[in-house]
Design a protein around this ligand. Structure first.
Ligand code: KAF
Ligand code: ZN
Length: 641
């Protein structure tokens, strides 16, 4: 295997066809080539994106095939661009020409030979279709439910152990296990693609986008710094769940059953807000009931988000966005990919969001997240196509979330009529900070482990024979959660999370969750806000908006530390802003856990919860006892009368 590849590479070297090893030293010609490429790329990408959109908003065999075939045509275009770019010897060109040419040498999956690329496209499309169309039905095969909105709502609102289990387990049976075989093919093909891009494996390739020496080391340091806060939150929430579900289901020294945390993947615990408020008597900071009561529609939620962007002087969502986006789940029977995404059609006009919006606070925040992507797209649309990316993938994920940090403050929500009552005292602040921690702190280990898991599969340190076990090893080690029933290697639970079958890397979200607080702090300073970080709201601050948009306009034309420095004055990821934001809550959690003599972590890590169905027997038994007691009391009282 290795020898022929080596030969090919050397032949290409002799011909000067790889890595800018060409012989043409004429920079004017290089610039002319780049300009022509840019014009043509806008046309080609537009066609490719349109076909992908058609599939994503109407999943049919025909649309899937059209998308796959178009991807092959796009790959031919990309390969040709790579060949042309490699004709130049760019040693003496200016930095920008070098950066653009280098970008064109790495063409992603398109570098695969036709046959393998076709196979990869087929495998990925089949995994994505299975995920997008997955349903959970009852024993008779009736009352089938999809992930959005049905199962998501159940996971968020039910406190019935068995009902939660059925949704959790049903989803994994529907879309997890069936993806196992495809995923093994996928790993091999993605590694081939990595090698075709001069990378040792696909994990290394994905990490290379961050232009640092040791991304894994960098994120591990950040994670270790944040771990104590996570463990404090975990111990506190575990106690609250113990009060609801009792000792058969919750061990106060063990990991938490994965289906009790208000979310299909236990990645956000925001839906446990009502159970976990430090001071329960205070007005709630959850706007879901207000959105529903006031009759908000998806469109109106999008308008409110757009207004926040424009209040900073940022670019409003353009007309075609409103005409062409899909902001609700279609009701005409069409199957669609519901997982939210933001689309740049590369023609400087057409930008769209696809989201099956539910009228909840969660989705209100997701709207800001997605609009952040579009805002970035709009800001860098004058850059050449090769630079129309985030400074790194984490930057792209952070933009909308930064704005949402302001939007979520109770004062802001009240000012736009989304909360009726707010109080401004220490107890109310702690309730608010708890709600933010359930989102931002609970997410950290999940954001960290999703790619740690895939990096292990790609570099071979995790065997495909233990693909499910190693997933749960990481889930237990970092999140402190366990499956509610035993799992085996017939299962493949990672595929029950969108980004795995859909081939979307995940460390970007961990990076985002750290840097969004760095950006927030810098923008708050620009807005002249001097109070605690968690109270800052940059609404209507043109200064904050300008600072942000100047950075966004760079796209990926500069290495990300330059972009970060422009906004924050720092050149590195740093958890200090995040820790500063949560400082009052950290202290409160530490005191509370100390008072209750909580065990931090999950030392009893071999513990498993009772089987859910044996649990139901218990539930029925206790209901029966209650019934008998009431009957006896009733008869007794009657007799007394
Ligand atoms: C983020 C923020 C809050 C909570 C949770 C998260 C993590 C993550 C999740 O697990 O839900 N969030 C998302 O997946 C949001 C979708 C997206 O905006 O990140 C989307 C994912 C995606 C979908 C299809 C193909 C590729 C990526 N990303 C984008 O639409 C996107 C990414 C980069 C540039 C432009 C758009
Ligand atoms: Zn995103």
């Amino acid at each position: 295997m290795a020898a022929p590849k080596f030969l090919v590479v050397c032949l290409l070297c002799l011909l000067g066809l790889v890595n800018g090893m060409g012989s043409n030293t004429n920079e004017a010609e290089a610039i002319k080539f780049l300009n022509e490429f840019n014009e043509q790329a806008m046309i080609e990408y537009y066609i490719t994106t349109e076909l992908s959109w058609t599939y994503n908003t109407n999943i049919t065999e025909y649309n899937q095939q059209a998308m796959i075939e178009r991807n092959l045509v796009q790959a031919v275009f990309n390969k040709e661009a790579r060949t042309n770019a490699s004709m130049f010897d760019s040693t003496n060109f200016n930095n920008d020409t070098i950066r653009q040419l280098e970008n064109l040498l790495y063409i992603g999956d398109s570098a695969l030979p036709d046959e393998q690329l076709a196979e990869l496209n087929k495998v990925t499309a089949s995994m994505e279709t299975r995920y997008a169309t997955g349903k959970v039905c009852d024993e008779e095969g009736n009352n089938c439910e999809s992930l959005e909105p049905d199962l998501t709502r159940t996971m968020a609102t039910s406190r019935d152990y068995l009902e939660l289990f059925k949704a959790w387990n049903g989803w994994r049976a529907a879309v997890g296990a069936p993806a196992r075989k495809d995923y093994i093919s996928y790993i091999a093909l993605k590694n081939e693609a990595a090698e075709a891009n001069d990378q040792p494996d696909c994990g290394a390739w994905w990490r290379s986008w961050y232009e640092v020496d040791d991304l894994e080391g960098d994120v591990t340091k950040l994670f270790d710094q944040l771990k104590p806060l996570y463990e404090n939150l975990h111990a506190y929430v575990r106690r609250k769940l113990y009060e609801v579900y009792g000792e058969g289901y919750i061990n106060l020294k063990g990991p938490i059953p994965a289906h009790l945390l208000g979310n299909m993947w236990a990645q956000s615990w925001i839906n446990l807000q009502d159970l976990t408020e430090p001071y329960p008597g205070k007005p709630s900071v959850d706007i879901t009931p207000v959105l529903v009561e006031k009759g908000y529609t998806a469109k109106r939620m999008f308008n409110v988000s757009d207004e926040f962007f424009t209040s900073l002087g940022l670019i409003p969502m353009p007309e075609p966005f409103w005409e062409k986006s899909m902001i609700e789940k279609p009701t005409d029977g069409r199957e669609v990919v519901c997982h939210a995404s933001a689309w740049d059609f590369s023609n400087q006009i057409d930008f769209r969001i696809k989201q099956c919006t539910d009228i909840t606070m969660d989705d209100f925040i997701t709207i800001h997240h997605e609009m952040g992507h579009i805002e970035y797209d709009l800001q860098y649309k004058e850059q050449p196509v090769v630079y129309r990316n985030g400074a790194n993938p984490g930057f792209h994920e952070a933009v909308g979330d930064v704005l949402a940090l302001s939007v979520s403050t109770p004062k802001h929500l009240k000012s736009v009529g989304l909360l009726d009552e707010v109080e401004d005292d220490e107890e109310a602040d702690l309730n608010f900070l708890m709600s933010m921690a359930l989102d931002k702190i609970a997410f950290l280990p999940f954001g960290y482990l999703m790619d740690k898991y895939r990096w292990g599969l790609f570099d071979g340190s995790t065997s495909t024979d233990e693909m499910n076990k190693s997933w749960w090893d990481l889930r237990k080690k970092f999140q402190g959660i366990v499956p509610p029933v035993e799992r085996t290697e017939a299962d493949f639970d990672p595929a029950a999370k969108y980004h795995i079958p859909a081939d979307v890397p995940y460390i970007r979200y961990f990076v985002s969750f750290v840097i969004q607080f760095q950006f927030h702090e810098a923008l708050c300073a620009a807005a002249g806000q001097t109070g605690p970080l968690y109270k800052c709201d940059i609404y209507q601050s043109k200064e904050a908006g300008t600072l942000l948009s100047n950075m966004l306009q760079l796209g990926s034309s500069k290495p990300w530390p330059d972009a970060m420095e422009q906004i924050t004055g720092q050149r590195a990821m740093d958890a200090s802003s995040l820790l500063k934001y949560f400082e009052p809550l950290t202290k409160w959690l530490e005191d509370e856990n100390m008072k209750n003599k909580e065990t931090l972590g999950w030392p009893e890590d071999t513990w498993m919860p009772e089987h859910p169905t044996s649990g139901t027997t218990m539930v029925y038994f206790s209901k029966f006892i209650v019934l008998v007691t009431s009957l006896v009391t009733f008869l007794f009282v009657r007799k007394l009368e």
